[in-house]
Design a protein around this ligand. Structure first.
Ligand SMILES: [Zn+2]
Length: 346
């Protein structure tokens, strides 16, 4: 083959590769921007016009991070304030807790009486900041051995770390907390748990987000004389596992629920809502994990479609639980949890 011909083939190949990369990038960019609209969900927003100083309140801080407060004692379920970017996730760049952001959030949301930080499991979008927040409070970190290792990696003293026993009752002020083992949503390859396994050594940051292994998941039941809440941090369920739990409010994780199908969603609803007798359901974990803290947007449609999932939840409510009200949480809104009204009786 003469040199000119080789050069022509090389130039053509380079041009084709450039064209494919260019078109692929544009397609991905467009797919990434195509997102369902939160405005298409007609549920009432979870807001309170008036709050009594003694009300148990919650403040939703995105994904499954929820601050409970009865005016004297605060409990934080999950701790995800740092927000590694999409590039951090794709390129597996080592990430660390965003300390200025955590300081600001603890100030803005008045986390002065934190008694406990409970991780529903140890993936980064639930447990990443347990250590940084514990170090800025006197709160105990509760969770699996993996969550304990996340806290240890951040230098949290051992007497501030509690590896939970499922079924054991923990008391914090007037709150009592119980954790039940629960499967993670089967949203990994062929129905597996994504990033499975445990964190067996103190997890020191910076670390890539894949370092936060699941470490076992829990349903968290938080009771108070005013009422009982169940927080489900991931859309997994076990048949009859929560049979002895009665809840007023369920925080229902719906991340990737659409990918598991309508039938799965029905079973999940049944075990978490119908079986516990809850009358108010607040879906969580529907927002884009890679968005900055406080910026609530839905995930791209090709990854998850929360508007479609919300339609399923409406149907399930109509079928089994007409006396349940579904609320959409609003980032950073302090809500009187047990004064939220059920649906108007018709
Ligand atoms: Zn997870």
């Amino acid at each position: 083959m003469d040199k000119d011909r080789i050069r022509r083939i090389a130039a053509r190949t380079a041009l084709s590769i450039t064209a494919v990369v260019f078109v692929g990038s544009i397609a991905l960019f467009l797919l990434w921007r195509d997102r369902p609209d939160l405005g298409d969900i007609s549920w009432p927003r979870a807001v309170s016009e008036e709050l009594e100083a003694t009300d148990v309140t919650i403040t939703w801080l995105g994904v499954a991070t929820i601050l409970f407060d009865d005016g004297q004692t605060q409990i934080l379920v999950d701790a995800f304030i740092s927000r590694p970017t999409l590039a951090d996730a794709i390129l597996q760049r080592p990430v660390s807790s965003d300390i200025p952001r955590i300081n600001a959030a603890m100030h803005d949301f008045r986390m002065r009486g934190l008694a406990a930080i409970i991780a529903t499991h140890s993936h980064y979008d639930h447990a990443m900041d347990v250590g940084a927040i514990a170090n800025r409070s006197s709160a105990s970190v509760l969770g699996s051995e993996s969550t304990a290792n996340v806290a240890r990696g951040a230098g949290v003293p051992e007497d501030q770390i509690l590896v939970v026993e499922p079924g054991q009752v923990y008391e914090f002020g007037q709150f009592t907390v119980m954790l039940y083992e629960s499967p993670h949503a089967p949203i990994g390859w062929r129905g597996a748990t994504p990033l499975p396994g445990t964190i067996d050594e103190p997890l020191e940051m910076p670390a890539p987000i894949t370092a936060w292994r699941e470490g076992g998941s829990y349903s968290v039941v938080i009771s108070h004389p005013q009422g009982t809440s169940l927080v489900q941090g991931s859309a997994g369920y076990n048949d009859n596992r929560l049979d002895d739990v009665q809840a007023d409010v369920v925080f229902l994780s719906v991340g990737m629920l659409e990918s598991l199908g309508r039938e799965y969603a029905g079973n999940y609803w049944w075990e978490l809502v119908t079986a516990t007798g809850a009358t108010r359901v607040i879906p969580v974990h529907f927002d884009d994990l890679t968005a900055p803290f406080g910026d609530i947007r839905l995930a791209p449609r090709f990854i998850d479609n929360f508007v479609k999932t919300a339609g399923w939840l409406d149907e399930l409510r109509q079928t089994w639980d007409k006396d349940v009200e579904l609320y959409l949480p609003v980032f950073g809104e302090k809500v009187g949890l047990y004064s939220l009204e059920g649906p108007p009786s018709s």
